[in-house]
Design a protein around this ligand. Sequence first.
Ligand SMILES: NC(=O)C1=CN([C@@H]2O[C@H](COP(=O)(O)OP(=O)(O)OC[C@H]3O[C@@H](n4cnc5c(N)ncnc54)[C@H](O)[C@@H]3O)[C@@H](O)[C@H]2O)C=CC1
Ligand SMILES: O=C(O)[C@@H]1CCC=N1
Length: 264
Amino acid sequence: MSSTIKRILFIGAGRMAQAIISGLKNQSDFQISVTNNGNDQRLNYVRDTFDVEVIESWREEIETTDVVVLAMPPEVHDSLLNELAKFIDKHLIVTVAAGIGPTYLEESLPDGTPVAWMMPNTAAQVGQSMTLYTCGKHTDSSHEELLQKMLSGIGSYEKVTEEQIHELTPITGSAPAFIYKMAEALVNNAVDSGISEQQARKLVSEMIGGAASMLKNGESPKELAEQVASPGGVTAAGLKVFDENNFESLINNAIKACHQRAEK
Ligand SMILES: NC(=O)C1=CN([C@@H]2O[C@H](COP(=O)(O)OP(=O)(O)OC[C@H]3O[C@@H](n4cnc5c(N)ncnc54)[C@H](O)[C@@H]3O)[C@@H](O)[C@H]2O)C=CC1
Ligand SMILES: O=C(O)[C@@H]1CCC=N1
């Protein structure tokens, strides 16, 4: 791949596309265009909010595009890829869709097409996505460098295998929602004490941020939980309820349900 400014075309303009665009838009290395399946209202919102070009159809710009990012539901990939296959020529095709790995992309696109799979999360919009990625058989180091440049614009990244992205999608892609659900319950409890919703959100978000920093520091989650739970103290009483209600198997079941849905 040559030329310094790369043109990225997003097909799909929903929550994930917006989160990634919001992380990338300040990078001068990329020129971003966005399209979807005809939802003009959403496209106008994306144009006005992120100051990027929106187009009616990806066909308008495919020739001058370097990277196509598929940010649409997994279910619509099949028909889109069939159509896209007629137009692409050395483009790097990247999907963010759950369950759609390089093997799937390569089967649907002309032989030799460079493809990649990234699994970000919505924290991309604040530059803090933990994104997994893997490349297909026909990517070279220039494709991977470009991909890494994109990913560093939206947070941290880790290269793993295709199979591992299937396995780990619930952990980095979906689990933010598990944390937000826990946060919701904590905020509701905090509000019951008489503080404002705003105060409650501050308490909970700072607490989660602090806990994340402790985890990043290197101690295991188990050790950190033990440090909080003074022997015979209040936290131990709370954790006992977790144990009695099989908290770990609840999480395991939720992860299993994510996998089952992704396989459909
Ligand atoms: N929301 C999240 O946290 C994450 C989502 N993803 C993946 O991102 C993809 C999009 O998810 P969301 O943004 O959450 O969904 P969304 O519903 O917010 O956005 C989907 C977008 O795709 C467009 N679209 C649908 N069919 C289309 C077609 N045939 N041609 C062109 N555009 C089409 C829609 O107009 C919409 O703009 C999914 O594949 C999902 O697996 C991956 C990681 C995290
Ligand atoms: O819920 C979903 O299907 C997507 C994939 C991972 C996170 N959100």
